[in-house]
Design a protein around this ligand. Structure first.
Ligand SMILES: C[S@@+](CC[C@H](N)C(=O)[O-])C[C@H]1O[C@@H](n2cnc3c(N)ncnc32)[C@H](O)[C@@H]1O
Length: 219
């Protein structure tokens, strides 16, 4: 069944993620993923390939300002249940700069992080990028007992991905994290879902997906 903004459970919804978050009512969300469309690396490190070749697909995506990212995080804070988790993907620039400012006025605390080894070398003037960073936030109260079930997830995870989207994330890592933090039939949220890797992960482990992307999905 569709709600007021046309969002359906277990469907790729073409929708503004902020509207989606305003309309996630009466659904308990223990786990959400947020993978913002960063300008950080392009702006700050000036790799120089923006708008050309491989850089073009990234450049053509709607970029998120820092203010917009903070707005997403605050709305995610409103919908995630106490003790629930937000898995936040970070690029190298924001990882180094720090993101504590983004958490002001929320109940999120940083509780862990995982490095994703993409098993494929990317660009870089100095070192060449092969990994991305997943910061694990928990909404207070902070505790692992009763909120985190798996104890075999390493903090470096190697997984190759099929390039369904310019920023496709590892389905099996996300599945492991969903299984660690939710039960079968629970809802998992992704308001900027891109190629819907979180939806794929949900299908593999019997969770319900609620999410969308401003550019990809069904109207
Ligand atoms: C980094 S990608 C997500 C990739 C995704 N995690 C995957 O595995 O395929 C970020 C996405 O945010 C989307 N986006 C940008 N602004 C948005 C907004 N206001 N609402 C929803 N999606 C948005 C972009 O279209 C882009 O597909």
């Amino acid at each position: 069944m569709k709600n007021d903004i046309g969002v359906m459970i277990n469907r790729a919804n073409k929708v503004d993620g902020l509207c989606l978050l305003d309309n996630v009512n009466n659904i308990a969300i223990k786990t959400a993923f947020f993978d913002p469309q960063y300008r950080g690396v392009l702006d700050k490190l000036r790799y120089g390939n923006e708008g050309e070749g491989r850089g073009k697909a990234r450049h053509d995506l709607p970029q998120m300002s820092e203010e917009l990212i903070i707005e997403f995080i605050r709305k995610l804070n409103n919908v995630i249940t106490p003790g629930g988790h937000l898995f936040l993907w970070l690029d190298k620039f924001h990882f180094c700069q720090g993101i504590l400012d983004w958490l002001i006025d929320t109940a999120f605390c940083i509780v862990d992080m995982i490095v994703w080894d993409k098993q494929k070398m990317g660009m870089g003037y100095r070192s060449r990028r092969q990994c991305e960073y997943l910061v694990i936030l928990q909404k207070k109260p902070i505790r692992a007992k009763g909120c985190w079930k798996s104890h075999n997830i390493p903090d470096i995870w190697a997984e190759k991905v099929a390039k369904i989207h310019p920023h496709s994330k590892p389905v099996l890592l996300q599945k492991a994290l969903i299984e660690a933090t939710t039960d079968i039939g629970d809802y998992v949220l992704d308001p900027a879902a891109g190629g819907y890797s979180v939806f794929e992960a949900c299908k593999l482990c019997g969770r319900n997906f609620i999410g969308g992307d401003i550019q990809y999905g069904e109207d």
